[in-house]
Design a protein around this ligand. Sequence first.
Ligand code: DX5
Ligand code: ZN
Length: 216
Amino acid sequence: MSVIVSPSLLSADFLHLDKDIEMINNSDADWLHMDVMDGSFVPNISFGFPVMKAVGKALKKPMDVHLMIECPEKYIQQTADCGAAIMNVHYEACVHLHRTLQAIKAAGMKAGVTLNPSTPVNVLEDIIGDIDIVQLMSVNPGFGGQSFITHAVKKVQKLKALIEKEQCNTLIEVDGGVNGETAPLLVNAGTDILVSGSYIFGSKDPYATIAALKGL
Ligand code: DX5
Ligand code: ZN
């Protein structure tokens, strides 16, 4: 199976989102990654449900939502109503993670858990079988265009070992600083899904950049 590419809309042109959604629809991208920030869990504010809903209407591919917010369990139905296929919540923002994952699945979405760079993968040991996707942050969440934290490659290997030990089908997603240099390292380590924002939307030919990532 080739790697799944999920371009991050955070680096798109917000004045002309229709053009960027059309590009995603016509490209080799598998999913579209949407970053919601609340100014509390992370030190930035991005966009919220009205924007996601509008994008969801035009998008022809699965919407991969990454909620960088406190209490994400309050927004499960609203996320589903925007047409999200995947809902990623931060481990660090969920007191009752197991309950939250069950509720995300009951709302018809794949359940994703995101780990900050400083959170070890072994905190998921007792719950890995309940998670559809683990998203590892390879930057501190809150901003696009940051430098890749190389330790993320080792975390992918550790997570892969845990998934194999527990014999589950959990997919590994990596988010932050993914570009032509870092993506091959991640794919070789066992990454299933690459999120990439500034590298794709800042390139001269986003179609070719997406196709190159898909070809890894
Ligand atoms: C960061 C976001 C990322 C961001 C990645 O908090 O979660 O999805 O858009 O941007 P790049 O690929 O530019 O690091
Ligand atoms: Zn993200």
